[in-house]
Design a protein around this ligand. Sequence first.
Ligand code: ASP
Length: 328
Amino acid sequence: MARFRLIATGGTISSRRSPNGLLAGATGAELLAHSELGALDVEVDDLTTQGSYSLSLADLVALVRRTRDALTGGADAVVITHGTDTMEESAFLLDLFHDDPRPVVLTGAQRPFDSPAPDGPANLAAAFAVAADAGARGLGPLLVFDGLAWQARGVRKVETLASGAFGAPGRGPCLRVTPDGVRPLGARSRPPAFDLDAVDELPRVDVVSAYAGCDGALLDAAVAAGARGVVLQALGAGNAGPAVTDAVGRLVADGVPVLVCSRAFSGPVTPLYGAGGGADLDRAGAVFAGDLSPWQARLLLSVALTHKPEDPGSVVTQWLEQPAPHQI
Ligand code: ASP
């Protein structure tokens, strides 16, 4: 019989109503009991019990380490219960370090543990079905929700309350969970993993958004607050006004790497426009981060800073360039 590890971290799937609002509290064992999963060999690890909106970078690194420990300890697959708000970040950080064909599957819920119609039990059952499926091997950490599975890169929370909380704009899901089993939909290959042992803690990288009429004040403020790198959530295909572009040039000249992502949900950024547009950001030394969301790009830059502090941009560029997406 397959050996599973369930790492519980909190989130809506474990939350109950309280006078102070929803609060995470149900343990991994309670989640299992609620799900009527039948006879499975599951070892439970209650890593933390909190909303994912309050997880720190250190918490995320702890989750990556615990996942690796579970696999080193002989688990055939790992299932992680997690709040939906930052699940795409944890999935991506796990992906950056995951160098193992065994499945790691994250799931959660939109409705709480004590809801009269919770979605957590079905999501947890689907997560275990995917974790047990041979078709999930080698795809990296997967996010399973509402009957679909996504690879980590590109997955985003796209709905605040609806059951189908996730999507991967421009990429799509990789597996479908049906009553008859897990069906492949098409998956992409992944770049080689980073070395987790080379990481002690992740340096601070902030995300600063561009919008009509913005200036460079928040970029400067991020650095003043201790950011070692910044992700600019730029406009469209990667533009910002001249004031922002000037500030980016100052940051890069001072040795603070800047990545460019888009506030649009889908498609890559590319340096096209002058007069403060992407071509100027490129000339200012910013690194264009493909179709990564700002929040996933932030984690990539943070990891890149630990691996090559003198030139993290080259690590990011190399990671983005390999390998070309293809069907597995
Ligand atoms: N809405 C969130 C959830 O689904 C809260 C959180 O991220 O913990 O769990």
